[in-house]
Design a protein around this ligand. Structure first.
Ligand code: ATP
Ligand code: MG
Length: 192
């Protein structure tokens, strides 16, 4: 199957999960992330703001704010790039952006990729080496390619989104680990 076909199928499958399961499994995944040493040891975290049937992230964001970490969320500049923007309050600092995703308000300024210690990466599908299929914009591929050497990356996904092997193109970046409701998968192939 092509990436486009995989993306379409994965989207349909994920959108068929009932809301109760999304909430329940997301709680497990978020707790596993918050108890992971890469999270505990990070000062600056970059976490996507979940929408629809994505693994929810509000628990991770709230926990990181409570722990006095610098918490950044994505701002997408369509067709150009994605930025990491620090927020301190979910209620005040976010507004509805493109594609029905909450984004940081325009007056909030981004920080550089080199300042991030941990990125929580979304995906429609992940394989055992941390390669992924996203929404097809290439935003995460571009972003992950610019991180500092000390930065860690964790993909979060439901177990139903894990496959053996995905097609990989030259520009595709993998994550270092994937956390699902059942396990932590450490990537063996190192491209990050
Ligand atoms: N580092 C890069 N520099 C320039 N263009 C890139 C880069 N990475 C990806 N792209 C562009 O983005 C397009 C979409 O990439 P891909 O199909 O891998 O999407 P994706 O991984 O699902 O998206 P995302 O990273 O937003 O989740 C590619 O066809 C490519 O043209
Ligand atoms: Mg890609």
């Amino acid at each position: 199957m092509t990436k486009k076909e995989l993306r379409q199928k994965a989207k349909e499958l994920r959108d068929s999960i009932n809301t109760e399961s999304v909430i329940q499994l997301s709680d497990i995944i978020q707790n596993r992330v918050c108890n992971h040493p890469w999270f505990e040891h990070s000062e600056t975290v970059f976490v996507y703001v979940s929408t629809g049937n994505e693994v929810r992230t509000s628990g991770i964001i709230e926990k990181a704010i409570t722990m006095d970490k610098r918490v950044c969320v994505p701002r997408v500049i369509p067709r150009v790039k994605m930025e990491a923007v620090p927020i301190t309050n979910v209620e005040n600092d976010l507004q509805m952006g493109f594609f029905n995703i909450m984004e940081p308000k325009p007056h909030l300024l981004p920080i550089g990729e080199g300042d991030i210690d941990l990125v929580i990466v979304p995906g429609l599908l992940f394989d055992r080496n941390g390669f992924r299929i996203g929404y097809g914009g290439g935003y995460y591929d571009k972003y992950l390619a610019q991180l500092s050497d000390k930065c860690r990356t964790i993909g979060i996904a439901f177990e139903s989104q894990i496959v053996n092997e995905l097609p990989v193109e030259d520009h595709d970046m993998n994550v270092m680990a994937i956390i699902t409701e059942n396990r932590v998968i450490i990537s063996k192939e190192k491209r990050y």
